[in-house]
Design a protein around this ligand. Structure first.
Ligand SMILES: Nc1ncnc2c1ncn2[C@@H]1O[C@H](COP(=O)(O)OP(=O)(O)OP(=O)(O)O)[C@@H](O)[C@H]1O
Ligand SMILES: [Mg+2]
Length: 505
């Protein structure tokens, strides 16, 4: 079983080798990470570095950052020739390439995987990730939180480490997680983050800055054209990497008959991105406070994600935590390594003792995660027509989790109940998101009949809901939130055939 870090910008694959250590599997081009970019070129579909290069040449046939769209039922990518793809399908194409490269490297078929997701991913995005794996021909045994994976990779070869804050800033998402690690036991205490905060936002800020300079020097607006925009994005990312190592970087931009060399200093770059760094700091500080902790309770700070290479990020984390943050040699590989450790734990569990469970200091590895977002339902406030949100499973509840709440019918002989499932932990209905709803029938009773609404969260943090009529003590039905945001089994089957028929390389 392999571990896959399906990243917004780069993906990586790892497996636990015979000596028990997780190792990165290089792709067919010999690279340890593969750009999560897909390029549709006639009948051929390219994934990875070549596809990334094509963005500036054929921006309308190139798709990247699809992870941001996972769980969005309305999103479609349409190629110039009119083929349409859902986010699950684009992700499945990337996964197919990763799977096939792993098979080539290992010299054996690969059918089973653990795939990581941002801790802050919601139910719909998690299901979409599982579906993408299935469409790619993989059995996804666990959807694992990325910070948990990072901590697993970090703690798998170190005895007793205490309370660790994982600061994970990747290409598309920010996660911050507090974990307790003790000889093989990995327990998540609390987690928070922003699904849409990553290196992408730093690139955007730098793109705006370069574009302003280019226009001030008489050039056209680079953001007005898909091709110049894609080219600018590529150069901005390159300049961002250069600014990690050097105090200034130069980019050459040619458009509309104008060619300019633009120099950006690190100070200028940090100036236009300082609000992003501050946002990650605020999220981390609020998390610590909400967990009832103070910085002196945190023993170690672990950095994960390629964007933590940026000096401004490291400096802010050091200042905020008053600690020297630790990081893997390659912060963009650590999540895949952790996924491989989780994969090995699951392989051992399924093997009836044939495969030993990975251990730290002799203690078998156990992993305990928490829910990242509150879940509840809208209910009418008694005597009014206003709705309020009732949280049924609070954020940071250990999973698997289940809980139920009692509700009353509001009118006599009411024959149906509308269950609106919410995400968020505010009482005010305006501050939560309705992620699914279902109307269920109930026998006619006088108003005030009791109904219990039970939520269950499994290891993958996917949710199922059951309503019970407490008058007759009968179930009124069960449903899953995925019914709304995700593919039906028939759609999944169709997508599997469609992706299988493509020539992916
Ligand atoms: N030397 C560097 N300096 C600045 N940024 C870097 C550097 N190296 C990589 N990055 C940035 O790190 C990001 C990629 O990191 P990583 O591979 O961890 O993210 P990801 O897994 O694709 O995204 P996510 O985890 O958010 O889904 C990109 O935005 C990339 O530009
Ligand atoms: Mg990542």
């Amino acid at each position: 079983m392999i571990g896959i870090d399906l990243g917004t910008t780069y993906s990586a694959v790892a497996v636990v080798d015979r000596s028990g250590r997780p190792e990165i599997l290089p792709n067919a081009e010999g690279q340890r990470i593969t750009p999560s970019v897909v390029f549709f070129s006639g009948d051929a579909v390219l994934v990875g570095a070549v596809a990334k290069r094509s963005a500036a040449v054929a921006p309308l046939d190139t798709v990247q950052f699809v992870k941001r769209a996972m769980g969005d039922p309305a999103w479609r990518f349409e190629t110039v020739s009119g083929q349409q793809f859902r986010p699950e399908e684009i992700s499945a194409i990337i996964l197919r390439r990763l799977k096939e490269d792993a098979e080539a490297y290992l010299g054996e078929p690969v059918t089973d995987a653990v795939i990581t997701v941002p801790a802050y991913f919601d139910d719909g995005a998690r299901r979409a990730t599982q579906d993408a794996g299935a469409i790619a021909g993989l059995t996804v045994h666990r959807v694992l939180n990325e910070p948990t994976a990072a901590a697993l990779a970090y703690g798998a070869n170190r005895p007793t480490v205490g309370t660790v804050l994982v600061y994970d800033l990747g290409g598309g998402t920010f996660d911050v997680t507090i974990m307790r690690i003790a000889d093989g036991e990995f327990e998540t205490v609390a987690t928070s983050g922003d699904r849409n905060l990553g290196g992408f936002e730093w690139d955007n800020a730098l793109m705006r800055l370069i574009n302003e300079r280019f226009r001030a020097a008489g050039g056209p607006d680079l953001l007005d054209d898909d091709r110049t925009e894609a080219d600018l994005r590529d150069r901005a990312e390159w300049a961002k990497h250069a600014l990690t190592m050097m105090p200034a970087a130069r980019v050459v931009i040619s458009a509309g008959g104008s060619t300019q060399t633009i120099e950006i200093t690190r100070a200028e770059f940090e100036d236009v991105t300082s609000h992003l760094v501050s946002r990650t700091r605020d999220i981390a500080e609020i998390l610590i406070e909400d967990a009832g902790l103070v910085w002196s309770d945190i023993d170690r700070v672990l950095l994960a994600g390629g964007s933590t290479r940026m000096p401004a990020v490291r400096a802010m984390v050091a200042k905020m935590s008053r600690r020297v943050a630790e990081s893997a040699v390659n912060p963009d590989e650590i999540v895949a390594l952790g996924a491989a450790v989780q994969a090995q734990v699951l392989t051992a569990e399924h093997s009836d003792g044939a495969v030993p469970r990975p251990r730290v200091n002799g203690v078998p590895i156990t992993i305990r995660d928490v829910t990242s977002q509150g879940l509840g339902t809208l209910a009418r406030i008694e005597g009014t027509s206003r709705m309020e949100n009732v949280v049924i499973v609070a954020p940071n509840t250990p999973i698997p989790a289940s809980n139920s709440e009692l509700f009353q019918t509001v009118v006599d002989n009411q024959t149906s109940l509308l269950v609106q499932v919410t995400q968020g932990d505010d009482r005010d209905a305006a501050y939560v998101k309705v992620i699914g709803e279902r109307e269920l029938s109930i026998p006619p009773y006088p108003a005030g009949a009791l109904v219990s609404v039970a939520f269950a969260y499994d290891f993958d943090q996917t949710v199922s809901i059951e309503l019970t009529d407490l008058t007759s003590h009968r179930s009124l039905g069960t449903f899953e939130v995925s019914d709304v945001a995700n593919m039906t089994p028939a759609e999944r089957d169709r997508a599997t055939r469609k992706i299988h028929e493509l020539e992916v390389s």
